[in-house]
Design a protein around this ligand. Structure first.
Ligand SMILES: Nc1ncnc2c1ncn2[C@@H]1O[C@H](COP(=O)(O)OP(=O)(O)OP(=O)(O)O)[C@@H](O)[C@H]1O
Length: 258
């Protein structure tokens, strides 16, 4: 573990009217970690992802990626800095092909200019070819290459979830935020997804923050876990520490998830 965190979240919060959806949250993620973010419904997990990705601007605190402050940057700028995400409710371009969904992510990083694209200069075509090649390589990893011409909306649910991760990865993130990636999957699909997440973490040298309601899954794959409740961090530690933490047990009282 390196000494400088990849992501440093310093007393971050956001208020919507009278509601403090996230408040005074401190999180540090180090290169290569796979970390869980858990908490009961409405705890503020997705709002926290929205703060990290520039969807919301924090009303308190600071966010740093590799010591660079992210507050005030808009989502596409944050993607370029190295944070990609998936969504709790899958957000693909349903009427685009599987391949185009991944290529869209490459376009956000494309080096060839708008001028070269409008004028159809050679650099535009070589850029497009290169993008297509890379996009297909990604699809292979996710076993989606044979479906590259299929419309995204026609894929079964589990494959749509995998495609969303492939698209997030295509933006070359340093930090990947996964919002309930296994939601709606059957146990076999979930197992395969977790193996895939472990694989891409190594292969692409990623740091991953994972929101997940499936406790055995989070406890099984994450090295460390942060717990949010009513917008505040109530605990963080190893899966074992979290499982036995009285505050966490109380927050989940009656849910029999731990
Ligand atoms: N744009 C917004 N305006 C007002 N309130 C909001 C907004 N976004 C989120 N909230 C509120 O913030 C709180 C936290 O919601 P959030 O979706 O982050 O929780 P969560 O932990 O992701 O929940 P779940 O596990 O159910 O997805 C909720 O009370 C929610 O209604």
């Amino acid at each position: 573990m390196a000494n400088t965190p990849l992501l440093k979240v310093d007393s971050v919060g956001i208020q919507f009217g009278g509601l403090k959806a996230v408040s005074g949250v401190n999180v540090e993620l180090y290169h290569g970690e796979l970390v869980g973010l858990i908490g009961p419904n409405g705890a503020g997990k997705t709002t926290f992802f929205n703060l990290l990705t520039g969807v919301y601007v924090p009303t308190e605190g600071h966010i740093f990626l590799n010591d660079e402050k992210l507050n005030g940057l808009v989502p596409y700028q944050i993607t370029r800095k190295g944070i990609s995400r998936t969504f709790q409710n899958i957000r693909l371009f349903g009427d685009l092909s599987v391949l185009d969904n991944v290529k869209v992510a490459y376009h956000s990083l494309a080096k060839h200019s708008i001028v070269s694209s409008i004028l159809r200069l050679p650099s535009h075509f070589s850029g497009e070819r290169e993008m297509e090649k890379k996009a297909i390589e990604f699809l292979k990893i996710f076993k989606l290459d044979k479906l590259k011409d299929e419309m995204a909306k026609n894929l079964p649910y589990g494959q749509q979830r995998r495609l969303e991760i492939a698209r997030a990865l295509a933006a070359h993130p340093k930090l990947l935020l996964l919002d309930e990636p296994a939601a709606g999957m059957n146990p076999q699909e979930t197992k395969e997804l977790m193996e895939l997440i472990a694989f891409i973490r190594k292969e692409f040298n990623l740091t991953i923050l994972l929101i997940e309601h499936d406790m055995p899954l989070v406890m099984g794959v994450c090295e460390r876990i942060y717990v949010l409740d009513h917008g505040q961090l109530i605990a963080h530690g190893s899966p074992e520490e979290i499982r036995n933490n009285p505050k966490v047990i109380e927050a989940y009282l009656g849910e029999e998830v731990l």
